[in-house]
Structure formats: structure tokens, C-alpha cells
Ligand binder design. Sequence first.
Ligand SMILES: Cc1ncc(COP(=O)(O)O)c(C=O)c1O
Length: 388
Amino acid sequence: MNALRSISMVAGGGLLAASLSACGGAGAGDLEGDTTDPMTIFDEAVGRFEQAPLAHLPTPFEEMPTLAAELGGPRLFVKRDDQTGLAFGGNKARKLDFILADAVAKGSDSVITWAGVQSNWARMTAAGSRRLGMDPILVLARREDQSVAPADGNLLLDRILGADVRIIEPGEDREAMVDEIAATEREAGRNPYVVSVGGSRTGGDMVLPLGSVAYANCFRELVAQARDAGVTITHVVHASGSGSTQAGLVVGAKMLAPDVRIIGISTGGSKAPSEANVLAIAQETVEAMGLDLEVGPSDVVVHDEYVGEGYGILNEDVVETIALTARTEGILLDPVYTGKAMTGLFDMARNGQFSDTDVVVFLHTGGTPALFPYREGLLEDLPGPTDE
Ligand SMILES: Cc1ncc(COP(=O)(O)O)c(C=O)c1O
């Protein structure tokens, strides 16, 4: 118990609607009462945060034997966080469990966030806000080469969900726009909840790194599943963007299975700033959870060599990866995040960076609605019938 400190966030004593519930993490039962056991300490720490039941959990944990054979080893598993439910699923559902519970606890009636036009975070924030009775306001940055009409992919889903979508043109000041929208909401007597892109960095109304706490808890779910399956995980590979998915996994691993290497594959940022960002969020998470842990630079590994020409820019390797994963395991990846992350995993496996006894888990973080707006780039390398 002495590894725990009291923390300032939490439920706000019964302020939450009956549909919200506190949750102490999956299956602490077997170790109940052992206050020195890391899992018990961890579960108590997570249990202090309120959660909204948005995500369908636990997500499946499955072996990918055909893909592993195709790559020539190691043993490969997938953690299906693309199957979290909530408007087509993805990693944001777990984060929103914590973040939107905080918004409800604070009496919010709208949720304001920002991202790119094809954002999975924006789509799932819209869905979660709707589910909990709040109005989503999405400030979405458009690249010069990106069209917003007719709406496609995530943007189409934002529209169906009735989000108030504001487009920022290249060069416009996003921060000023968010501040202005929040001020207008307040002047109208409303109580907006402002949360940063990806639910990663604290700021606005999210004062604790709740997205990262959610992914620490995902790691806890994963180790329990691996234990039940009788396997010892050695690596977790996943797409890393705004950073809280990786930060949470790093904290969970450090606490519960310190030999597991968490490998983030950057989808846009370069190595040094991405690692610094993840480390900062991880350290903030340790503090917010009141854990007696040291997380340092050696715990955070982000590879930036699979970014290609930049964030959201498709390349041939990614198309091949998407096709091979679909054709060996029937699993759909996305062109922006998981396609790039799996390309990194393939490269590392083919270059002998894992041993035959390693057990590598690919965390599938979702993003599949973006397959549709990328149809042209995908089809270029996937021949088939045409109308001509
Ligand atoms: C499908 C998908 N995978 C991975 C990520 C990266 O997660 P994080 O932003 O927590 O690093 C994102 C972020 O938007 C995403 O949409």
C-alpha cells in the first residue's frame, strides 16, 4: 500500500451518472489482499479513476500463425484493439472511457477537441460524447491536398454522428480557434470540456494523463490474457502518434512485466522528439497513478524509419503489408497507422531482430475507416477489375 499515494483526480463522489462505473481492472481476484503484489497495487491505482463503459473489453488476443510462418518467425500474436466497439473501434475507446468519464464528472455538456480531417480520435470522441449526452465539436486541420467534400472515411462518420465540424485551413491558428469556440460556448451558458488531440497531453480540461492511464490498463489486460494462454510476451509493437498509447504501455510494462520491450513505430514524428514526448507522458502517468516507479529514456523506443514521406502518406511497402496481413490472417490494417506499424514489424522480423523464442504482440490500434479515402493509392498496387 505504501507504493500508492493519494491522487487528486477521481470520481467527484457520485457526480457521475448511473451509467458510469468505477473499475478496478480485469481480474484482480486471485491476488486480492496482497498489498505488495504489483498487480494488486496497479489495480488499486487504476481503480481510483472513474471510467465510462464505452469500450468493449477485453479485446481479443489471438495468435497469427500463418503470418508468422510467412515471415519465418518469431511467434506472433495480435491484440485486437481495433475491436473496441464505439463507431468502428480503435485505441481511442479505452482512452475515452477515462476522459469522457472525467468530462461527465465535471458537468460538461460539450466536448471540444482537434485533429486532422481523417482523425480516428475525432470520430470516436464524437461517438463517445454522443453516447454520454454531450455535444462533440471537432476542429479538424485540412492539408492542402485533402478534400472535405464529399465527406469520406472518418469525416463521413463525424457527420453521421452529428458533430459540429470546423475545418482549419493550412496556416490558420488552431489554438486561437479552439479558445474562441470554448469562449463562445461559455458565453452561451454551456460548460465545454477541452481535450487535446489523441487525449495524450494534459492541458485544457484534462488535468491528468487519462489516455495514458487507459493504456497502462490495456497492458494489464494483455498480460492477464498472455498468462491465461500460457505465453510469455517479449515485445509489443504498435503505432505511435500523439504518444499516450505508448506511454501507458511503457508504464504498464515497467510495473507488471519489466522484461517486455514496448516498440513504438512512429507514423509521422521523428525519433528524438517522439521519444521525449512519450517519456514525458509516461512520467506524468506514474505520478498521476501514484506508482513507485522510475521510467527513464531507456524504457522508450520509437522507430521513425517507417514513416516514409510523412504522416498520412501511403507508400508501396504499406500497401504490401496491408495486403499480406489481410491475405494471411484476414485482418484489415489501416493506411495511416497500423499499416506503417506492421511494416516496421515485418522489417524487424525479416532482418532477424527477433529470436525464434520471442513472442511478439502486434497491438492493432484500429483506424480502418481511413481505408476508404485511401482507395486510389491502395488500388494502384492491388490490380482487379475496372469499368473500362
Ligand atoms: C489507428 C491509430 N493507431 C495509433 C494511433 C497512435 O496512438 P497515440 O496517438 O496514442 O500515439 C492513432 C492516433 O490517432 C490511431 O488513430
